[in-house]
Design a protein around this ligand. Structure first.
Ligand SMILES: [Zn+2]
Length: 300
C-alpha cells in the first residue's frame, strides 16, 4: 500500500461525513420550510378565558390578502408591513367554553389553514352589595327609560366600521389605579345583576379622559345607569366606552385621534364616587379593557 492510498482513505471518510452533513442540512431546511409555509397564524396564546382577548399575527405571501373566520364571522385584520397582518379575537364574558377553530384563507391563491383555540371558563368572583330599595327596584317610568337606553347603546355597538382606524397600542384613558375589576358578578340585595363588563379606574373629578385609540365618536348620551357616556368606534370591530363622565367634550360623528381628550372624569349616573368606567367590545364580545391595553403593547 502506497502512503498516498493511506491518505486517501481518511479523505474519503471526510467526504462521506461532509455529504451526510449536507443531507442533514437539506432535510432540516425542508422541515423548517414546511413549518413556516404560508399563511402562518401566530397567536398570543392558544388558550383564552371568558372575557379575554387573543392577539393574532398573520404572515402571508407577498400580495396576498388574508381572511380570518371565527364562529362563522370575519375577524377584521390590519395590514402592517408587507405580508404581515394583525388583529384581535374577543371572547365574551359568557362565551361557552370549548375548542373552536380559527380559519384562514388567502386571496388570490386560495390557500387555507386552521388553528384551534381553547376557551376556558373563568370565575371573576362576586361582589355583594346592599343598597336602598329605591335605588335597585325601578319604577315603571325609570324601567322604560333604562330599557330604551340599553337598546340605543346596543344598536350602536352592533354596528362597526369594517375598516380599522385604530393603529398600534391602545392607551389607558386615565392614569388611575384599578378600583373595580372586570367580570365580577354583582349580587345586589341578594339578587344576581349584570356582571361588571368593564373596569373602574380611580380618578378625581375633572381629570381629562383620553380616547384609547383613533376612531369615531358614535354615541354620546346621559344614561340612567352609566351617566354621561361616550362610545368610540375604532373600526375593525373594536369599540371603547367611557361612563360616569362629569363633562363630554366631543360630539357624535366626530373623528378623534389617540390620546385626544373626550371628556372629564365624574360620578354621573349610578356611581358611588368619581371614577372612570371603561368598557371595551371586540366584535361584540365584552372583554377586559386592560387585556387590550397589555396585548396591544406588542404592536409598538
Ligand atoms: Zn364600572
Amino acid at each position: 500500500m502506497s502512503p498516498a492510498t493511506g491518505i486517501k482513505a481518511p479523505r474519503c471518510s471526510l467526504g462521506w461525513i461532509f455529504a451526510l452533513c449536507l443531507a442533514v442540512l437539506f432535510l432540516f431546511a425542508e422541515v423548517m420550510g414546511a413549518t413556516v409555509s404560508l399563511p402562518e397564524i401566530l397567536l398570543s396564546s392558544p388558550y383564552a378565558c371568558q372575557g379575554d382577548i387573543v392577539l393574532l399575527k398573520v404572515r402571508v405571501e407577498k400580495g396576498e390578502i388574508p381572511k380570518l373566520t371565527w364562529l362563522e364571522k370575519d375577524v377584521p385584520m390590519v395590514a402592517l408591513e408587507e405580508g404581515n397582518w394583525c388583529g384581535f379575537l374577543g371572547t365574551d364574558l359568557k362565551f361557552a367554553p370549548g375548542t373552536y377553530p380559527l380559519k384562514i384563507s388567502t386571496t388570490p391563491s386560495g390557500r387555507e389553514k386552521s388553528v384551534e383555540i381553547k376557551i376556558e371558563s373563568k370565575d371573576y368572583g362576586e361582589r355583594r352589595l346592599t343598597l336602598p330599595r329605591e335605588m335597585v327596584e325601578l319604577d315603571a317610568v325609570t324601567l322604560r327609560r333604562v330599557r330604551k337606553e340599553a337598546a340605543a347603546i346596543n344598536s350602536v355597538l352592533e354596528r362597526t366600521s369594517a375598516e380599522p382606524s385604530w393603529k398600534g397600542p391602545f392607551l389607558k384613558p386615565v392614569e388611575g389605579e384599578l378600583s373595580g375589576i372586570f367580570g365580577r358578578r354583582n349580587i345586589i340585595n341578594g339578587l344576581a345583576r349584570s356582571p361588571h363588563s368593564g373596569v373602574d379606574l380611580k380618578a378625581g373629578r375633572g381629570v381629562p379622559v383620553k380616547a384609547m385609540n383613533h376612531g369615531k365618536v358614535v354615541f354620546t348620551s346621559d344614561q340612567f345607569f352609566s351617566g354621561l357616556s361616550v362610545v368610540v368606534d375604532h373600526g375593525g370591530g373594536i369599540h371603547s366606552m367611557y361612563f360616569h363622565l362629569e363633562k363630554i367634550l366631543v360630539q357624535e360623528g366626530q373623528q378623534v385621534t389617540k390620546g385626544e381628550i373626550i371628556g372629564q372624569v365624574g360620578s354621573t349616573g349610578r356611581s358611588t364616587g368619581p371614577h372612570l368606567h371603561l368598557g371595551v367590545r371586540v366584535n361584540g364580545a365584552r372583554v377586559d379593557p386592560l387585556r387590550l391595553i397589555d396585548l396591544s403593547k406588542e404592536l409598538e
